[in-house]
Design a binder for this molecule. Structure first.
Ligand code: MTE
Ligand code: MO
Length: 510
């Protein structure tokens, strides 16, 4: 019961902490502060493992983990308090203070970032001090199990459980209230709904006839926003009010450039269709998507800023402190590297970088696709190191040539007879010239390649297949527009992207 007192007290404290944060310091919820600090402190392999195990559920997994550890700490604090008065209470206050000290170090912390954790600690400690007094003495609790004992201990036990349960329920309600308040009060949500995107002066390239193959189970050519993979270090999605958004381009430039949201909106917008991928995408994985992006070419802004001749890198920074280092030449050549505000016809969804992000054809997201971007510094690779580069990932991250089998699905049954093998292949900004498929140890067969939207997008492919009963291994490999064929050599995602041939096993019924 002492452990239960600890748990109830901490649930209340955490809930009040979340609610206070939602109302007064949105980015400084104590749980998010701890989670964010853990994410930033985690070594590269830990992030890789988290994505390999949980995919885009990595954040939910981290929050669950933090919750479980917190509950264990809470139970322990309760037990200590029962044994050594004030020890548990003091521990909870210290815990609150420690989190309050971490809070201001987070990139998006406001001046009151320390308050929610202090309040959470004080509330949890007070609740524990009171609840522990209501725990029935051990001897009488035991005698309550004895059917002959009088009703008094059972009543006091019920009373304790009532108090502890009530405290925990209030804590849960406060947590729910906090998340509702956060969602409802987010200026970004309201502002986003009111935005009418400007018309592009250059529209997205038309989707050529036949580019979208009509094959059930094949990934659509354009990924809908709701289906687009999401990868970032932001435990709480940053909410940026566009009217307060500013971008500063500085560093090794002749002319510093500043841009507000309304100034950006007034610039001639360009639409592109670009496939972006995460470096953590395993061979055959789904951390890749293709969207129509609306934005202003970054090369135009850099032309205004006039980078110094010896600069070779652009360090972009997000409101939440994430950074990416992009080769300067990729942002100044003629490719459509965008400061994007729109995704598939809508303003950027909050989790995809609202109001402004970068989208760069040909590079993995970790070196180019900064969401919630507010700062662009022209610098050099030997002077600056970006978020993932400091954690062991390659400084440069061109997307590697890959292909994936979508149909049939690994492990699903296929019926014998006329069937089809189909998938997607990509080498953004170079283009794909062919895909070959091998069934079992048979010859490599040329798949039919559908037309691509552009060199910046993935392409669909298909191969008719006379499926014979039995177990089969199917694999594929792509060749890019420069004539390079995908390597068979298997490499893990770290440090610069996975390679190897996507291989699936299917069993064909008779
Ligand atoms: N602010 C911020 N931007 C970020 C990241 C991040 O952690 N924080 N992650 C990058 C990575 S690793 C990838 S793969 C892409 C993913 O973009 P998406 O979530 O819109 O698909 O965003 C990039 N931009
Ligand atoms: Mo990524």
């Amino acid at each position: 019961m002492a452990a239960a007192a600890g748990v109830a007290a901490v649930v209340l404290g955490a809930g009040v902490g979340e609610l206070t944060a939602a109302l007064f310091a949105p980015s400084s919820s104590p749980i998010a502060v701890v989670g964010g600090a853990l994410i930033d402190a985690a070594p590269g392999w830990a992030k890789e493992l988290a994505i390999a195990w949980f995919g885009t559920g990595d954040k939910a997994a981290l929050l669950t983990g933090i919750g479980l550890v917190l509950l264990a700490v809470a139970a322990l604090a309760g037990l200590c308090e029962a044994r050594w008065r004030r020890s548990g209470v003091v521990a909870l206050i210290v815990l609150g203070i420690v989190v309050a000290m971490i809070a201001p170090t987070r990139a998006d912390a406001g001046s009151s970032s320390w308050i929610p954790a202090v309040i959470a600690g004080l509330v949890a400690a007070s609740a524990l001090g009171l609840l522990i007094n209501a725990v029935p003495a051990r001897a009488s609790a035991e005698s309550a199990e004895d059917p002959g004992a009088d009703a008094e201990p059972a009543a006091s036990r019920r009373r304790f459980l009532g108090w502890a349960g009530g405290v925990a329920v209030i804590g849960v309600l406060a947590t729910i209230g906090g998340s509702l308040a956060r969602a409802g009060s987010a200026v970004a949500t309201t502002a986003r709904q009111a935005i009418r995107l400007p018309r592009p002066v250059v529209s997205a390239p038309a989707v050529p006839a036949g580019a979208e193959l009509d094959i059930p189970g094949l990934t659509p050519l354009i990924t809908e926003n709701k289906d687009f993979y999401r990868i970032d270090t932001a435990l709480v999605v940053p909410t940026v009010d566009p009217s307060e958004w500013r971008l500063r381009i500085h560093g090794m430039v002749a002319q510093e450039v500043q841009l507000s949201w309304s100034e950006l909106l007034a610039l001639p917008m360009v639409e592109t269709t670009t496939t972006i991928s995460c470096v953590s995408n395993e061979v055959g994985g789904g951390l890749i998507g293709n969207a129509v992006w609306l934005g202003y070419p970054i090369r135009e802004l850099l032309a205004k800023a006039q980078p110094a001749a010896d600069a070779d890198m652009v360090l972009s920074t997000s409101v939440d402190g994430f950074t990416a280092g992009t080769p300067l030449e990729v942002l100044t050549d003629d490719r459509n590297a965008l400061l994007a505000i729109g995704m598939n016809g809508t303003p950027l969804p909050l989790e995809h970088g609202f109001p402004v992000r970068m989208v760069v054809p040909g590079l993995y997201g970790y070196v180019s696709a900064t969401k919630w971007v507010t700062d662009i510094e022209v610098t050099r690779f030997d002077r600056a190191s970006a978020y993932w580069t400091s954690r062991g990932w390659s400084a440069r991250g061109p997307i590697k040539l890959e292909s994936r089998i979508d149909v049939p699905r690994e492990g699903r049954g296929v019926s014998a007879g006329q069937s089809v093998i189909a998938g997607v292949a990509w080498q953004p900004h170079t283009g794909v010239s062919g895909v070959e498929v091998q069934v079992d140890d048979g010859p490599w067969q040329r798949a039919e390649l559908a037309p691509a939207i552009s060199d910046d997008t993935w392409v669909q492919w298909q191969l008719p297949w006379q499926a014979e009963a039995g177990d089969h291994r199917i694999r594929c490999r792509a060749t890019d527009a420069d004539g390079n064929t995908q390597t068979e050599t298997e490499a893990p995602p770290a440090p610069d992207g996975a390679t190897g041939w996507h291989t699936i096993r299917v069993s064909v019924g008779s």
